[in-house]
Write a protein that binds this ligand. Structure first.
Ligand code: PLP
Length: 454
């Protein structure tokens, strides 16, 4: 029997597992060590495995299923578009794409009126940097150490976290800096306000020492995502905007994870009233039903390319099915009042619920977040803030987090875990009752991590 032949008695789940192991090369994984869950179907905030077990999804997959799984309106829009036109190169104009661009510009901060479509977030960041370089005639880009910007060559070089290491040497002109993180301050700040001030002073020094006339862009995640849901101190984003204006530097906000509802706003920058020159987006724009991303472009940068060609674009950019699903998805956000729902859930249910868990569980060091974008940072000792597992933990060092994940999954919750953190990032459509169901399971699972505290 070859590896791809199945036996008559083999279950559907066993067949999917066997074929997957034989033929699928997984991203970000040691191929011999993973055992992916075979999934049968999904709806709203839940998915079901092939053995019929149901999981409440506190991950939104890769923090992208903002309108929940299988929203009928978006599925129907994709089906309608598929019946009409399934492919058209970027050089043509057609309804789904122009409508998607109009709606995205409509919900963006004023002055960002044009959309360059991509197939995802990394590619959006690659193009935003290219636009900034051509617009300014400068080459350096400042990006934060605690950041993730994607896995393509340029985007992984911009990324500050360790996922960049295996792809080094990176890209010439990328300079990393420390953003604010009050709980583990790189500046020995005593509180959030001091952290914001010192982080700004550090960024200014970095600009000065690198040479402002060489710096095309500052790239940042307005609320840092996979590196810990780091909400900026008041005044920080406005301070970065001022610094960029002072030196003619393009401000790029990577809203791939934080945008389209996750923070209870169309874009996270809206919560601080800051307007970047370029915004990159993907994930929540259409919940990943069909791959889509893009760059929102200020009028000044768009003008640079009025008589001069913009050198970029891929065969499938702005795909009809993707654009049709983005139109339907934005309409769903509006008609179902999802931004209000997310703000209320964050302020009244998730935030208070997580803080209550922190009071009971010594392994919770800090709770932070907004909207449906929250993190619990787990520690061995609250006083010293020693992380529950070391940075880059593997093997037995990673055991406490593995035990936490297993406890959640046994009780039907699919948690997001990264090093010593669990992120609470359900779909924006999650109900208050579903959140409470998930919090009750987190409560049990934190009793497991408490055993490792000192
Ligand atoms: N930027 C941020 C902030 C992200 O969180 C991600 C993905 O998680 C990306 C960029 C890369 O997006 P993609 O995986 O669609 O290329």
């Amino acid at each position: 029997m070859t590896q791809t032949e199945s036996t008559q008695t083999e279950s559907a789940a066993a067949r999917v597992r066997r074929l997957d192991r034989a033929h699928v090369f997984h991203s970000w994984s040691a191929q011999g060590r993973i055992d992916p869950l075979p999934v049968a179907r999904a709806s709203g905030s839940y998915f079901w495995d092939l053995d019929g077990r149901r999981y409440l999804d506190f991950t939104s997959q890769l923090v992208n299923v903002n309108i929940g799984y299988q929203h009928p309106r978006v599925v129907a829009a994709i089906q309608r578009q598929a019946a009409e036109l399934t492919t058209l190169a970027p050089g043509f104009a057609y309804e789904a794409r122009s409508e998607a661009a109009r709606l995205i510009a409509e919900v963006a901060p004023a002055g960002l009126d044009r959309v360059f479509f991509t197939n995802g977030g990394a590619e959006a960041n690659e193009n935003a940097v290219r636009m900034a370089r051509l617009h300014t005639g400068r080459h350096k880009v400042l990006a934060a150490y605690r950041s993730y910007h994607g896995a393509t060559a340029g985007a992984i070089a911009l990324t500050g976290d360790p996922r960049r290491w295996p792809s080094e040497p990176g890209s010439p002109g990328v300079v990393h800096y420390w953003g604010p993180y009050p709980y583990r301050s790189a500046f020995h700040a005593r509180d959030e306000a001091e952290e914001g001030e010192r982080a700004l002073a550090h960024l200014r020094q970095t600009v000065e020492v690198e040479g402002p006339h060489t710096i095309a862009a500052v790239l940042l995640e307005p609320v840092v995502g996979t590196n810990g849901i780091l909400v900026p101190p008041p005044g920080y984003l406005a301070g970065v905007r001022e610094l960029c204006d002072e030196f003619g530097i393009v401000l790029i906000a990577d809203e791939v994870m934080a945008g389209f509802g996750r923070c209870g706003e169309w874009f996270a920058v809206d919560a601080w009233g800051v307007t970047p020159d370029l915004i990159t987006f993907a994930k929540g724009v259409n919940s990943g039903y069909v791959p889509l991303g893009g760059v929102l472009i200020s009028d000044a940068i768009a003008d640079t390319f009025r008589d001069r060609p913009y050198p970029g674009g891929l065969t499938y950019s702005g795909h009809p099915l993707a654009c049709a699903s983005a139109v339907a998805s934005i309409e769903v956000f509006r008609e179902e009042g999802l931004l209000d729902h997310v703000r209320r859930l964050g302020a009244e249910v998730i935030g208070p619920g997580l803080r209550e868990l922190a009071e009971r569980h010594p392994s919770v060091g800090e709770v932070r977040g907004l909207g449906v974008f929250w993190a619990l940072e787990l520690v061995r000792d609250r006083a010293t803030r020693e992380p529950l597992v070391p940075f880059n933990a593997s093997g037995t060092a990673a055991e406490p987090m593995a035990a936490f994940t297993a406890a959640c999954r046994r009780s039907g919750l699919w948690p997001f875990t990264h090093f010593n953190r669990t992120h609470v990032v359900p779909p924006c459509t999650v109900s208050a009752d579903e959140v409470r169901e998930g919090l009750a399971i987190l409560d049990e699972a934190l009793s497991v991590t408490d055993r490792w505290t000192t």
